[in-house]
Write a protein that binds this ligand. Structure first.
Ligand code: M6R
Length: 607
């Protein structure tokens, strides 16, 4: 979603800000803009489309100033036009960039219109610029005006603000949307995520909800929501350029698919012990709490929800713990009956997904024993709001379509299930642990399937629709495969538990409906063979992922992706990889924007 970057420095900041926006492109956006402030006043450029268009404008008419803000906009209020692009300006003297949604913007707009303010855009952000202008005019104190402005806003925001009359100062505030402050050499920065500041600093402060900040190139002052000066912890984190670049790969997504053996290994490191797995995951005091857990409620969105679905099968079949899973945007708006000793578990790559955060806050009213988040961002809102954090070690994931974040989520979830299974003295855990230890190698070998998947992708790219079928843990993996295909190739794809085929979807099956079937050679393969026959009898074309190819009749309508034999618990982790490659290859054949698919954003920070 929207990306924010700001800088106040001893050097010119215009190009530095646009370069920062390029690093934020992965979040998804439809327009971009930049403003600088100097003795000559505010200077602004805005363009619809890619940051490179803004960059070209900068080359033609460079912006001068040692202080400024820049923004990538993902449209919510008003179409993606130049006038709706940020920064928004009030009376040539205040400029604002904003990430989030101001829920009461209509009411504030009415009040400001009545007070004579003229609106140039349809955005909610413009009310922040005018409201601040009004408060500053009355108080003549920017910090107080900032607090009064924030108190007037309902909703979520992380915004940066500069003033024509104070060219060496930058202000910012946040509530419900993340904002990080970067400490540089005679420079300070703000950004909606630290990736934007990757080449500028390795020293960061994560602002807390309700904080506001004022900074010059040498000084930084943070205030809490009661406007009291506060200090926040300084973090040293080096984010190498290699972590955020594509390296030798054509797309970030392909690089991230290939990084999976390594990041799974990192996620397992030090955690897969013969003794107590939980002791490597949680602090001491959590052990007794986890011992008393009788049921688990998982809540997440998108790919993270699919990981939760797989985990629910694992919790019940491996650890004998009842488990429910729900989409966060559903969970957050309904009443719940929560029995004693229930654990609330969120899953999120970014840790900033608005619906998942709201679901966690909602859950806190229902008396869960504890809250745990499986997350890839140690300082995210979800990590801060949860009692315990289980970090995945996926590294920065830039491709909008989640790949390595998903397989590392599965890895952490399986560790949790094994740990809780150990506490309950369940059987069969050691065999799974042994398989898990070899998982990085198994995934590495699977990447060799690429050459067999390419021709299948060529063929699949000619279709408009596809069905994915699986049973048990392969059902959520079918969902994940379908999600990947639709996200990046724009081919309509749906997943069903294979047994549901004749309860409706079979009506769609003909020679124009390719079916991708996940068929590991387990207790369900005979059932899947029956499904295959139902499809074949109606002229449907099949792609079968299986370690028992001999069970499937050779025909020109059946394409096989050969899988290695693997124990059932690890099937979901392995069967994911060829589906990622298949979606990626189809998208590259079709020439879509693989890393930044249309309309989508990496972190969905608004509802
Ligand atoms: O950051 P999160 O894991 O909370 O994000 C949830 C979804 O928005 C995300 O998984 C989305 O579905 C991805 N684009 C899937 O590839």
């Amino acid at each position: 979603m929207c990306g924010v970057i700001g800088a106040v420095s001893h050097e010119q900041v215009g190009q530095l800000l646009v370069d920062g926006l390029q690093r934020l492109e992965y979040r998804g956006y439809d327009s971009a803009g930049v403003v600088t402030v100097s003795e000559k006043g505010l200077a602004r450029l805005r363009e619809v489309g890619k940051v490179r268009a803004l960059n070209q404008s900068m080359q033609k008419s460079p912006l001068f100033g040692q202080c400024g803000l820049a923004h990538t906009r993902w449209a919510t209020h008003g179409k993606p036009t130049q006038t709706n692009a940020h920064p928004h300006v009030s009376r040539d003297s205040v400029a604002v960039v904003h990430n989030g949604i101001i829920d009461n913007c209509d009411a504030i707009r009415e009040e400001l219109l009545a007070d004579g303010y003229v609106f140039a855009s349809e955005t909610d952000t413009e009310v922040i610029a005018h409201a601040f202008h009004q408060a500053y005019g009355e108080t003549k104190d920017a910090i107080l005006a900032l607090r009064q402005t924030c108190d007037r806003l309902h909703g979520t925001y992380a915004f940066g603000l500069v003033l024509r009359d104070e060219p060496g100062k930058l202000w910012a505030a946040c509530h419900g949307s993340p904002l990080v402050v970067g400490i540089g050499d005679q420079a300070h920065y703000i950004a909606s995520d630290m990736v934007a500041l990757a080449s500028l600093t390795s020293r960061y402060i994560y602002l807390e909800d309700g904080d506001s900040v004022v900074m010059t190139q040498d000084h930084l002052q943070i205030f809490n929501k009661r406007n009291q000066p506060v200090t926040r912890e300084l973090h040293e984190l080096s984010l190498s350029v290699g972590q955020t670049s594509k390296g030798e790969y054509r797309h970030h997504m392909l690089k991230e698919i290939h990084e999976q053996p390594e990041v799974i290994k990192n996620t397992l490191a030090g955690r897969l012990t013969q003794e107590d797995v939980l002791a490597s995951l949680f602090p001491e005091e959590a052990m007794t709490m986890l011992e008393g857990i009788d049921r688990v409620q998982i809540v997440a969105c998108g790919t993270s929800y699919n990981a939760g679905m797989v985990a629910s099968y694992w919790f019940e079949s491996i650890a004998g713990i009842p488990c429910q899973v729900e989409i966060a945007s559903e969970y957050r708006y309904r009443h719940h009956v929560v029995k004693d000793n229930a654990l609330f578990l969120t899953i999120s790559q970014s840790g900033e997904t608005a619906d998942t955060i709201a679901a966690l806050k909602h859950a806190q009213m229902f008396g869960y024993q504890a809250t745990v988040t499986v997350c890839n961002a140690a300082n995210s809102a979800l990590a801060r709001l949860s009692d315990y954090v289980l970090l995945t070690q996926a590294g920065v994931e830039i491709g909008v379509a989640s790949t390595k974040a998903f397989t590392t989520q599965l890895t952490v979830l399986l560790l949790l299930v094994l740990g809780m299974g150990q506490q309950r003295q369940c059987e069969g855990l050691n065999v799974i642990k042994q398989g898990l230890a070899l998982l990085p190698e198994s995934v590495e070998k699977l990447l060799d399937l690429a050459s067999q998947i390419e021709p299948i992708a060529q063929w699949l790219s000619h279709y408009q629709h596809a069905l994915y079928l699986g049973r048990h843990t392969c059902y959520p993996i079918a969902q994940e495969g379908a999600l990947k295909l639709k996200e990046i190739s724009y081919i309509h794809a749906e997943a069903y538990p294979a047994g549901e085929l004749k309860h409706g979807p079979l009506a769609l099956v003909d020679e124009n409906m390719p079916i991708i079937i996940l068929a590991p050679n387990d207790g369900m393969i005979d059932k899947l063979l029956a499904n295959v026959q139902e499809v074949a009898a109606r002229g449907g074309h099949l792609v079968v992922l299986t370690d028992a190819p001999e069970r499937f009749a050779k025909s020109q309508n059946t394409r096989i992706i050969p899988m290695p034999a693997i124990m059932p618990a690890l099937v979901p982790l392995l069967y994911t990889v060829p589906l990622q490659l298949l979606a990626y290859d189809v998208a590259t054949v079709l020439g879509t924007d693989v890393d930044q698919p249309r309309n989508l954003a990496k972190s969905v920070t608004v509802e």
